[in-house]
Write a protein that binds this ligand. Structure first.
Ligand SMILES: Cc1ncc(COP(=O)(O)O)c(C=O)c1O
Length: 401
């Protein structure tokens, strides 16, 4: 059977996310002179806008032409030295890959391997940091939102541990699938490095690493000895001072970022966070109505950007993805690595509304039934609809008040 490709592909992978029409149009601009004296008129407002999204007054913002992984590398290359001890945890594909990168760079990784479905092990972090009286640990790393399992970790709680112990390690955070969607407060949470990518909450194509680096971390780069070239903060800063870049920048993505920031500020950062929570709550109600479980074990850590749904034992989540894509033109997220075949994921982040979420749930139901998973058609959709009706009522009442 030929794949059904009529209409739009329902893109419910957790990134790249849907690019809004306004942003797509903004991307469609002629090439321009990246050494022109007025290039800063395009770029300076981007740095200022990203700062607002990161909720920082003081951090440096970097825009590297790379995907999020580039931001991981920029962190290690600029701020650490070979052999430096760092504290990390893995509980999913992405937190695991950052550990792997740090090991490949020759850092001495104190690695807390956590069961997938849990998040940053705060007690373990406290124990290890408390024992480190000589402050040999130079960095504490955390994945804010583990996209593979749909788990959000409490970053402010890590800052509280560091402050409580008076530990000076840099707090380095992966915000690739949280920034622009979930609550994130760089200054309030004392985050030293935040790494994001353009293709999730920022609603752009992949291609920009979007980073914030605290002044404390910027000082560290002076003594850190890891070799750095492409990702050098110094080279970038030197050129950014006049609004320029050390190499050819992706100007179209800058125009796209200008448009996406405008959309984000028009909606309001708090409203974006609330919308993601509303949509995610409905997805979770749907999963519950199906009688299925999330991979995330603790409700306090449920992600508002992605849900990883565990299929019943002896069932294959790959079959659900295949049916969804081939029969209904619906893209769902695959189970990765340790949870391959065991979970499928619904990405509910970025430019998304209630009706789109119902589409994802309806398609998932059909694909699950096609794959032999015994759920009641319409049950998840109905549960989500009930959530949406209730939240629309509440919004109406609060607008009227
Ligand atoms: C939490 C997280 N970190 C890092 C990455 C890697 O980002 P990229 O694929 O943009 O390099 C991803 C990608 O999905 C992610 O979800």
């Amino acid at each position: 059977m030929a794949r059904n490709t009529s209409g739009y592909n329902g893109l419910f992978i957790p990134g790249p996310t849907n690019v809004p029409d306004k942003v797509r149009q903004a991307l469609n601009v002629p090439m321009q002179d990246m050494r022109a004296s007025d290039f800063g008129e395009l770029t300076f407002p981007l740095f200022a806008g990203v700062k607002k999204v990161l909720r920082t007054q003081t951090a440096e913002v970097f825009l590297f032409p790379a995907s999020g992984t580039g931001g991981w590398e920029a962190t290690v290359a600029n701020l650490f030295s070979p052999g430096d001890r760092v504290l990390m945890s893995s509980f999913g594909q992405f937190s695991m890959l950052w550990v792997d990168m740090c090991e490949r760079f020759g850092l001495e990784v104190e690695h807390c391997a956590v069961e997938w479905g849990l998040g940053v092990p705060h007690d373990e972090y406290r124990r290890i940091l408390e024992a480190d009286k000589a402050h040999t640990i130079k960095g504490v790393f955390a994945c804010h939102n583990e996209t593979a399992t749909g788990v959000t970790s409490d970053i402010a709680a890590i800052r509280a541990i560091l402050d409580d112990l008076g530990h000076p390690a840099l707090l380095c955070v992966d915000g690739v699938s949280s920034l622009g969607s979930l609550e994130f407060r760089m200054d309030d949470w004392g985050v030293d490095v935040i790494v994001g990518g353009s293709q999730k909450g920022f609603m752009l194509p992949a291609g920009l690493t979007i980073m914030g680096v605290s002044q404390k971390a910027m000082e560290r780069r002076v003594t850190a000895t890891m070799p750095r070239t492409f990702f050098s903060f110094d080279d970038m800063l030197k050129h950014n001072a006049t609004g320029h870049f050390p190499y050819t920048p992706p100007t179209q993505l800058f125009h796209g970022l200008q448009a996406s920031l405008k959309m984000m500020f028009e909606e309001g950062l708090d409203n974006i966070v609330a919308r993601h929570n509303r949509l995610a709550t409905a997805v979770r109600a749907g999963v519950h109505a199906w009688g299925l479980e999330l991979c995330a074990k603790d409700p306090a850590t449920y992600s508002d950007t992605v849900s990883a749904i565990v299929v019943p034992e002896h069932m294959d989540s790959g079959a659900v993805l295949k049916a969804a894509y081939e029969r209904y033109n619906l893209s769902l997220g695959a189970g990765l690595s340790k949870v391959a075949g065991k979970v499928f994921r619904i990405g509910h982040l970025g430019n998304l509304n209630e009706i789109m979420v119902l589409q994802a749930l309806a398609g998932s139901e059909m694909a699950m039934r096609d794959s032999g998973i015994n759920i009641e058609l319409g049950s998840g959709v109905a549960a989500a609809q009930a959530c949406f009706i209730q939240s629309a009522d509440e919004q109406q009442i609060s607008r009227a008040a």
